[in-house]
Write a protein that binds this ligand. Structure first.
Ligand code: GTP
Ligand code: MG
Length: 430
């Protein structure tokens, strides 16, 4: 359909720019739509649903009911520390059409005391899928036809069946999501709310969405073949749905239903709930519109914001058109200039650092030198003191030796005198 749209745009452009010509016979290009259909059927389709809703609100059961399958999506506990997402991909086939269905579901949504970051992982997931697609698109050797398109095409927002009003978590989360994805709000477990309460609840939800400026997906009314139905269905939003994995036999057919002591709620009975309306609108009538709007509105917005943030623009500052090449060249020279400035700044920083280090080293060297001088002087002083002491000691020794010699001379004289005296005493009798 995306291809068909762009083809018709080209045709219109040719119609205005070129000359209108009447053909004189069949050429064969009227088979172009059939060729496109055949090509698309051979390739198959990707369709990705995001289910956002509180734990055990009935997300998995509804998806099973919508696709008449049992995808075995295990229930999760209420004790998740934070919101996270599970993702399952299934290859389905109806007649000769292949559908690669991916169901992404929240776990632990609304279970935390602090609900501030509840929608963050959801928004991140949606953006990551856009980013993957954008990266593929920007590759030189791109392969968009073969790439698994994981962008979310529709977000089924499960409103808990309180019968009263939306919770602030619903309003805040939808506000975060409405610019990124096609939101279809649905009232889950509608069999738990009475009919008059349900009508009141639907009205209240729509009022609250309007008051808070929330943009939900509306079924397109520009195609005359579906305009009537889509118009009527837009008035029925939010659909009040019931899901079930149990089957009963009704009217000779096995149908999904929920059994109660007081009766049976048939999932596909339009007097019991809006399940069929949801399935018809989302899958049978508007699946391609959901895919197309995802590409042309939500992905386009993401792409534009991303490229603008990267510095790309279609017009210059003086509002003149600029080509991608020009923007690239401009960005390249800006980048080079910035690199040079950074290099120069780093060089200056390096020189400054070297200078600082040099002056630090010089000051350390000076300190060492001073210390050396001080010690050398101290050493010289001490040596001089020691020399003086040595000289004074030598003088003392000399003095002492002199006195010792004098003393010995005195003592020798005294000895001599004594021995002379003794000899004199002995000799007088002769
Ligand atoms: P988690 O993945 O664990 O968050 O739960 P979920 O949102 O996928 O819910 P699930 O489909 O596992 O259903 C939880 C319970 O609700 C099951 O017991 C279902 O049988 C029941 N349930 C599902 N849909 C409905 C419904 O429409 N009405 C009622 N009354 N019960 C439902
Ligand atoms: Mg589940």
């Amino acid at each position: 359909m995306t291809d068909m749209t762009s083809s018709s745009q080209v045709a219109r452009t040719l119609g205005t720019d070129g000359r209108s010509m009447e053909l004189k016979g069949t050429v064969g290009f009227s088979s172009l739509p059939d060729q496109l259909v055949n090509k698309s059927v051979t390739k198959g389709f990707d369709f990705n649903i995001l289910c956002v809703g509180e734990t055990a609100v009935g997300k998995s059961t509804l998806i099973d009911s919508l696709f008449k399958s049992n995808f075995d999506d295990a229930p999760v506990s209420h004790k998740q520390p934070q919101v996270s997402l599970t993702r399952h991909t299934y290859n389905l086939k109806e007649s000769n059409v292949n559908l690669r269905l991916t169901v992404v579901s929240t776990t632990g949504f609304g279970d935390q005391i602090n609900k501030e970051n509840s929608s963050k992982p959801i928004v991140e997931y949606i953006d990551n899928q856009f980013e993957t697609y954008l990266q593929e698109e920007l590759k030189i050797k791109r392969n968009l036809m073969e790439t698994h398109d994981t962008r979310i095409h529709v977000c089924l927002y499960f409103v808990s069946p309180t019968g009263h009003s939306l919770k602030s978590l619903d309003l805040i989360s939808m506000k975060e999501l409405d610019k990124k994805v096609n939101i279809i709000p649905i009232i889950a477990k509608a069999d738990t709310v009475s009919r008059p309460e349900l009508l009141q609840f639907k009205k209240k939800i729509m009022e609250e969405l309007g008051e808070n400026g929330l943009r939900i997906y509306t079924f397109p009314t520009d195609d005359a073949t579906v305009a009537d139905t889509n118009n009527k269905m837009n008035e029925q939003i939010p659909f009040a749905v019931v899901g079930s994995r149990e089957e009963i036999v009704a009217g000779g057919q096995r149908v999904r239903a929920r059994k109660y002591p007081w009766g049976v709620v048939e999932v596909e009975n339009e007097t019991h709930c809006d399940f069929v309306k949801l399935r018809e609108m989302m899958i049978r009538t508007n699946m391609e519109d959901l895919r197309e709007k995802t590409h042309s509105i939500h992905y386009e917005l993401y792409r534009r914001n991303k490229l603008t943030a990267m510095g790309f623009s279609d017009t210059s500052a003086d509002n003149k058109p600029v080509s991608l090449q020009e923007t690239y060249e401009q960005k390249r020279s800006e980048h080079l200039r910035e690199m040079q400035t950074r290099e120069e700044r780093m060089r200056q920083m390096f020189v400054q650092k070297v200078k600082e280090k040099e002056s630090q080293l010089k000051s350390s060297e000076q300190k060492l030198h001073d210390e050396f001088e001080r010690m050398r002087k101290q050493h010289t002083d001490e040596k001089k003191q020691l020399d003086d002491k040595r000289v004074s000691l030598e003088d003392e020794i000399n003095d002492f030796n002199k006195r010792k010699a004098q003393l010995q001379a005195h003592r020798a004289q005294a000895e001599l005198a004594k021995s002379n005296a003794a000899a004199t005493i002995r000799s007088p009798r002769k």
